[in-house]
Design a protein around this ligand. Structure first.
Ligand code: PRX
Length: 658
């Protein structure tokens, strides 16, 4: 035993495998009914009226779930509502006009606060502007913007007039923008001149213009002037200034369009196993009810809170838990434009102190960076306003969990490790913070009403202690309804039908591996398909491979994820050059540039390994598993089925050399 209390505490934490929710949290938790899981199971699917009741409906629904055309499940059928009216008008009408809806901070420190009243006014003005530009109900509007308030404003303006939005992450490349706009046949785009990253003004307009060159047909474009004199830009034909439009429509009153519960609220493109991104379709009723319910039950959101999800709205986490869930509940949601280490590594903690943030939700990759930077940064700030912490996007290792618990939460905040996906719309597997014991590294039990099970290769449930495939055996309100214009792929990739004489059931496969713990908790192990997870960002290996093969001089490429201390996984590329090409530094740079141009800097390869051949089986299939082992420095698996086993040692030697 050490005499030093800090060392002793550290040692105790290291050994501790489970944590109870702190009493101070339990007393005030939104969900405290320990029987909620049994209740939801007994009352399924009617249990989900509890989620629908968080919303204001224009027309109440006739049926909670219509499963007559499975797996095309429909939720709250016959109901109608508007998402922007649920996020704005009803709060303004209920006396929250002057409550802050969005608190925004730019990277250079400027701030903007929009009350619910302000937000409604600007949303109406922009909705009227969009209509003037010709946007009609069901037209897809693409939003290519960084973390500035005009992004959620544009989302809500689209929702108000029944035009689905398709947000493209601002860090994606021009090519990625064009692919997504063409796929959605989107004729409207909202973008901005630029934004700040580590103090530099980035030119986003130029990237947008390059993207638009690859889009078929004319696109009406709205440009937000974020940078003013810092970066001048010119508006060409079909381009309009956001500020001028909003000014011209100030005071406009735009009646929210009543949408059927099953009408599309938005499209979100995500990566899959082929090179073609998938347009995940989410609906108005089920999605909004589900994000509101999970925000309340899991993130314990209360209207008087200042709540901060430090994700980017360009990904599903930002859609569900910066914009729709929190605003549907009428809370104050924070947005920060920049990076966590600018100007110093205490930026996030400074923001928490200054805004008295109650709940903080981030990704394990960020927590691993904070750990690396050291405790001195959070220690500079008073983080005592925090009541709850959350993580999302990738498995969290117990060490990072405990660091977060101790150094950010001061052992007073429960942590929710929330497993879900773009496709699920909202959280699926996580502890409920006021009820459940927490086990670092394990996401927890499925949420009430969610039938998640781990199954083996024969699709039978595994025994406790065993690993298998994660499945969801019953539908849920936030589920994707289809892949835009690709319903066949929706059914093929996600669903399997079981038709024994008694049941005709469809099971959802998220393509994740998981372990079932003795107590029914689920430890998510990671993807079982060719999708990798870099810093919580989902990337398809095929997309990266096709970008590399597009570089002249490259004959073939294989991309895998290798383990990485901070990013979780990193992109490893194995490249075969055409005859006569040399594996020079220049060539390496061209490969990296090729990936950045096709996707964006997030997909930047960690390593480019030139090799004369790839390890292949006798039937000619690339043995990715071996390439992953090499990238992760792991012991190599069986190489006996290879046609060219000698190549593995050669590649391995090269990686070690690098
Ligand atoms: O592999 C799982 C991982 O992220 C994938 C979904 O990525 P995306 O659609 O981009 O959505 C990320 C944000 C919801 C999943 O298939 N994942 C997500 N959350 C967790 C996770 N893996 C382990 N633990 C989690 N909490």
């Amino acid at each position: 035993m050490s005499d030093d209390p800090a060392v002793e505490l550290e040692a105790r934490l290291e050994e501790q495998e489970s944590f109870e929710p702190p009493a101070s949290f339990v007393e005030q938790a939104n969900v405290s009914d320990e029987g909620i899981r049994e209740r939801f199971a007994e009352e399924w699917p009617e249990c989900w009226t509890e989620a629908a009741d968080l919303l204001t409906w224009d027309e109440t629904y006739d049926e909670v779930l219509d499963d007559s055309d499975a797996p095309h499940y429909e939720w709250f059928t016959g109901g109608s509502l508007n998402a922007s009216a649920n996020c704005l008008d009803r709060h303004v009408a209920n006396g929250a006009k002057n409550r802050a809806a969005i608190k925004w901070e730019g990277e250079l420190g400027e701030t903007r606060t929009y009350t619910y009243g302000d937000l409604l006014n600007e949303v109406e003005a922009f909705a009227a502007s969009l209509r003037d530009l010709g946007v009609e109900e069901d037209d897809v509007v693409t939003l290519y913007m960084p973390m500035i308030p005009e992004l959620p404003i544009a989302m809500l303006a689209c929702a108000r007039i029944g035009a689905p939005h398709s947000v493209v992450f601002a860090g994606f490349s021009a090519d990625a923008l064009a692919t997504r706009m063409n796929s959605a046949e989107s004729e409207y785009l909202v973008t901005c001149d630029g934004y700040y990253r580590r103090g530099d003004a980035l030119n986003h307009k130029e990237k947008t213009d390059n993207g638009l060159r690859g889009v078929e047909g004319d696109v009406e474009t709205v440009v937000v002037d974020r940078l003013g004199d810092e970066l001048t830009h010119f508006l060409g034909e079909h381009a309009h200034d956001y500020g001028e439009l909003v000014e011209a429509h100030e005071g406009a009153s735009v009646e929210p369009v009543s949408r059927d519960a099953e009408d599309m609220l938005f499209l979100m493109y995500t990566s899959g196993t082929t090179g073609e991104p998938k347009g995940v379709k989410h609906t108005t009723g089920g999605y909004l009810a589900y994000t509101a319910w999970t925000s309340q039950a899991v993130l314990d959101v209360k209207p008087e809170d200042t709540y901060w999800c430090a994700a980017d709205i360009g990904w599903i986490t930002g859609h569900s838990y910066i914009v729709y869930g929190p605003l549907a509940l009428g809370t104050t949601t924070m947005m920060y434009e920049g990076t966590p280490d600018y100007p110093e590594r205490d930026r996030l903690w400074k923001l928490i102190e200054k805004n008295r943030v109650d709940t903080f939700y981030t990704a394990p990759t960020a927590i691993r960076s904070f750990m690396k930077w050291g405790t001195e940064y959070p220690e500079r700030h008073d983080l005592s306003s925090l009541r709850l912490l959350g993580t999302v996007g990738e498995p969290i290792n117990p060490r990072a969990w405990k660091w977060y618990y101790k150094h950010i939460g001061n052992e007073k905040c429960p942590i929710v490790d929330t497993w879900w996906q773009t496709e699920t719309g909202g959280m699926m597997v996580t502890t409920l913070p006021g009820i459940d014991t927490m086990k670092p590294g394990s996401a927890g039990p499925p949420l009430p009403g969610v039938d998640a099970q781990v199954v083996d290769a024969n699709d039978d449930p595994v025994e406790a202690g065993e690993a298998g495939y994660l499945t969801v055996q019953k539908p849920w309100p936030g589920m994707l309804r289809t892949l835009y214009k690709n319903d066949e792929r929706f059914i093929d990739e996600y669903w399997r039908e079981y038709s024994d004489p008694d049941t005709d059931e469809w099971v959802y496969f998220p393509e994740d591996g998981a372990k079932l713990d003795d107590d029914g908790y689920i430890t998510v192990l990671g993807r079982v398909d060719d999708v990798i997870n870099v810093s919580g960002h989902r990337l398809g290996t095929m997309e990266i491979e096709s970008a590399i093969v597009g570089v002249s001089g490259v004959a073939e490429a294989a991309v895998v994820g290798g383990t990485h201390d901070v990013k979780g996984e990193a992109v490893y590329t194995y490249v075969i050059l055409e005859d006569g090409q040399e594996p020079t530094e220049k060539m390496r740079e061209r490969v990296v540039e090729g990936v950045e141009d096709a996707i964006g800097p997030i997909a930047r390869p960690e390593e480019v390994i030139f090799t004369p051949e790839l390890p292949k089986t006798r039937s000619g299939k690339i043995m990715r598993r071996l390439l992953e082992d090499v990238a992760s420095g792991a012991e190599l698996g069986d190489t006996s089925t290879l046609r060219n086993p000698e190549i593995v040692a050669e590649i391995q030697a090269q990686v070690n050399e690098d």
